[in-house]
Design a binder for this molecule. Sequence first.
Ligand code: NOJ
Length: 504
Amino acid sequence: MSQTWWRGAAIYQVYLRSFADGNGDGVGDLAGLRARLPYLKDLGIDAIWLNPWYPSPMADGGYDVADYRDIEPDFGTLAEAERFIAEAHDLDIKVIIDVVPNHSSTESAWFREALANPAARDRFWFSDEPANDWQSIFGGSAWTQVPDGQWYLHLFAPEQPDFNWANPEVHREFEDVLRFWFERGVDGFRIDSAALLYKSDTGYEDLDEVHDVYRRWREVADEYGERVLIGEVWLPDQERFARYLRPDELHTAFNFDFLSCPWDPAALRRVIDLTLATHTPIGAPPTWVLSNHDVTRPVTRYGRADTTFEHGGRLHGTPSDPELGYRRARAAALLSMALPGSVYVYQGDELGLPEVENLPDELRQDPMFARSGGANPGRDGCRVPLPWSGDEPPYGFGTGTPWLPQPESWRGLTAQAQRTDPGSMLTLYRTALAIRRDRLGDGTMTWLPLGENVLAFTRESGLTCVTNLGPGPVPRPAGEVVLASGPLEDGALPSDTTVWLTTS
Ligand code: NOJ
């Protein structure tokens, strides 16, 4: 792959706890992932992004990091992580890991030291009383009191104390952490909560100082060549968003506007145009993201009357038509893979898994659920362990009882059941990713005017992507069909269907 492999890559997101369990304890791990590398190779992805794999009390699914230079024992060992990186590289798959610079864990050495010694508190935000009325993003106050009476800031759960980025030691620490993993071969970092690092009297979102951090990180990354920095930047203001992608800062950032966009032709066209208008002038490739470990699975979301996504109002339990959602998720997958730039696939979306909305409350682990007093169901429903094979739970996930229960209805959705089925979601993803590798990815696109309900564009390779979001069939442009997300009618493209054609 070229120096700029990340510009057009298909990146598969592995939520390790739920991917595959190699040691029978019900929790996914590196042994499980290593055993499934051939599956990912066969799927046709270019890179894996792993959610945090560090030692963690798991107060927030690993985003409460206790040690940035080691591996969570439930997941494996550092030596095993190194073996995994080497094995992925042997298969020509890049490895991207998560780094969490906004906050730590109350179990980290630095925080424990701060608790024991008030003179060692400047790496975090301590004060004699809450310095403001900020609320935690997960609900409740953003301040928690320690036994000696002081309070510390946590934008997320109380187990996740925020770092003080005004302290140069924090800068040195993270630059060293980046080096630690670059030296072990990782190809890049996904940067958690990338816009929240600095705090001031007026707020914490997107303060200008944060850009100096990423300029410095970029220098570090560039020392190692061919490494990528990917920002988790939720910012509605495109001008502010683009600042993170300046040539001396991050390489790419997630496109959350696309992810949150309803299944509506005008809204999607607007988001695509806005994305291109934001990225093209600065030369940064767009990313196309439909889903991740924080949001409602597309099959469920697209089957609802309201197809938007918002963290606060997850529309949990609102009726969802499974057939409609499935059809649209297939059409959306082909649309996202045809657009110019890189594309993300969240584990299980290639199997068409729905959101699991009926988890028993006592099994829910996401702090969003408890901290909202149960008002917000949280994100466990998109984190249920994957079904690999067999007719009943644990569906080949491992030999133990999975840490979240899998629905009986997943029998037909296992990777094994779908592997040889030409009409399955898995076959669609595999076929599409193979075509994408040769003919799509990084580049430009040209819209074709095929009516207000139709999104149609051509890529440099001559491949044309047409998605019909209207209520009824529309005429299909002439050309040879390369791939379709659903059955086609004679000369027509049915509702909620995408087709890839060559029109030359
Ligand atoms: C964003 C991550 O994607 C999410 O899972 C996590 O809870 C927050 N950042 C806090 O780290």
